[in-house]
Design a protein around this ligand. Sequence first.
Ligand SMILES: Cc1ncc(COP(=O)(O)O)c(C=O)c1O
Length: 394
Amino acid sequence: MLNPDLHRLKPYPFEQLAALFADAKTPDDLKPIPLSIGEPQHTPPQFVLDALVEHMGLIAKYPTTRGTDSLRQSIGTWLNRRFSLENDPLNPDTNVIPVNGTREAIFAAVQAAVDRRAGGTVVIPNPFYQIYEGAAFMAGLSPHYLPITESGQPDYHAVPDAVWKDCQFCFICTPGNPTGTVIDEATLAMLIEKAHQFDFWLASDECYSEIYRDTPPAGLLEVCATTGNTEFKKCLVFHSLSKRSNLPGLRSGFVAGDADFIAPFLKYRTYHGCSMSMAVQKASELAWADEAHVIENRALYTRKFKQAAEILGDRMNTSDPGAGFYLWAKTPMACDTFSRELYEATGVTVLPGQYLGREVNGINPGAGFVRMALVAEPDTCREALERIQSFITG
Ligand SMILES: Cc1ncc(COP(=O)(O)O)c(C=O)c1O
């Protein structure tokens, strides 16, 4: 016997991609370039690597689940500064828990937050980061998919109250994966109101928040503060060093927000046994305290999005979404066919949008698009974009 909810978990998009490319051949003279996986390829900050080595001896100690005071302080200071919370600063002791990358925390949070006996839904965008859906399944609830519109985000203002009534937990993703678009402050304020009115948890996945071109995207906690919800009631945010600091292998992020969630979640996590190794805590503390490397990192992405605009123009409807590191491009044929033909002709891998979405009422809002992750170094990205450009212009 197994937990029957396990059977509800869907294959990950990359398994589907591997099946699509199973017998595909790429040109012998072209080095394959993957734009399919959102794994940053820029160099991680040396001072973080040095801190890991320096503190490796701490591996001899059991870490606590709540993390060291100094790590939570460093995270709190960053949050207060980045999201202008200084007037009513967040309390690192009651509002923050470090996590081993946001993936595990996003998955676990739903199980800790919802009442499976009450039924109902986890509201998620469609297409989406697949962990939201799996988290809903394993918490014994059903996902309710909100299709993205041309804007790259769901039209949250058009969601009927009946949907919010059934909702126990709502994930938003800003800047979004796969589209890179940002949810504006008025919409965040409206969502906070709905979370209070209909008593659901509003969780904002902000792991791309530090990758933007001109304007820093607003965060959910910031809008809590400006709307008078200074204790962040019903609200949670997830942040990560993976994209901000090019440290996807460090497995380091945090969840922050409503103390009424943070305290029981800490208890849950103590049982779950997912405390962060001390060397990782030391390295993370330094990473959150430094902005210079983040500014440099952002500049590299800005350069790559400029390149993309020069090379692709408005072909495939790709304009810079202003944040994140994805181009969400319209395909001139079925997106899986496009991905396979592109791969066979150029060795460039892109991810069919339909793998990131679900069909609801006969429509998969991810179909007809591909996601291109501009994660490689600028010269490699340029080469990939030039190959795509010559493929689509024939
Ligand atoms: C939208 C989104 N959320 C969360 C994550 C998880 O990131 P990590 O677990 O590395 O913090 C990712 C990673 O790709 C992502 O795209």
